[in-house]
Design a protein around this ligand. Structure first.
Ligand code: ADP
Ligand code: MG
Length: 180
């Protein structure tokens, strides 16, 4: 089963947080979400919206130096940033397998760098810069069965941010995303 990405657009960090919150509503124990995109793309902003929708009460900060932060919410949230990993083998030091066993949700900034050592079952969120300073394009791709099974629900949840050419849920009335 192969699907193209759901393409969405946000016009500021708060919109990215709201979009992430909509994704978090669909999250289940054991989920993995990879956040891809350059420095300043908005990966941590996405993590913040995702976490608050899971009921994390404390501020979610960048784990760039700590590599892993754990938060309590409706589901435990493990927020990783693997930017500083030098070698793929170091991933084993992160204790990723333990997190997955714990039935929480794992959110990995720069996760696209470590896909060879991850189970091929995750949601990838790729964030790129848009035309304006605060515009971002977020391409969400379900890889593997877990998120593929939720792709329709994901398309519906993301309809408010779907771009006209995106393959999000049809029939959605995109509120803010009508113009270019
Ligand atoms: P990353 O974790 O990818 O390095 P951050 O989330 O830490 O990125 O930072 C993103 C920066 O871009 C923040 O300063 C944020 O205010 C800004 N920004 C501007 N527009 C957006 C947007 N649409 N979505 C997310 N962040 C945005
Ligand atoms: Mg970050």
């Amino acid at each position: 089963m192969s699907h193209g990405p759901i393409t969405t657009r946000t016009t500021g960090p708060e919109a990215t947080r709201q979009l992430a919150a909509a994704v978090a509503e669909l999250a289940r124990p054991g989920d993995v979400v990879l956040l891809a995109g350059d420095l300043g793309a908005g990966k941590t902003a996405f993590a913040q919206g995702f976490g608050s929708a899971l009921g994390v009460g404390e501020p979610i900060t960048s784990p760039t130096f700590t590599l892993v932060n754990r938060y309590e919410g409706r589901l435990p949230l493990h927020h990783l940033d693997v930017y500083r990993l030098d070698r793929l083998e170091e991933v084993s030091d992160l204790g990723l397998e333990e997190f997955l066993d714990e039935e929480g949700v794992v959110l990995i900034e720069w996760g696209d760098r470590i896909t060879p050592v991850l189970p091929a079952d995750f949601l990838e969120v790729r964030i790129t810069l848009g035309d304006g300073d605060d515009d971002r394009v977020l391409d969400l791709t379900a890889v593997g069965p877990r998120w593929s099974a939720r792709r329709r629900a994901l398309g519906a949840a993301l309809a408010p941010w779907a771009t006209a050419g995106g393959s999000g849920d049809s029939g959605g009335t995109g509120g803010e995303s009508a113009s270019c």
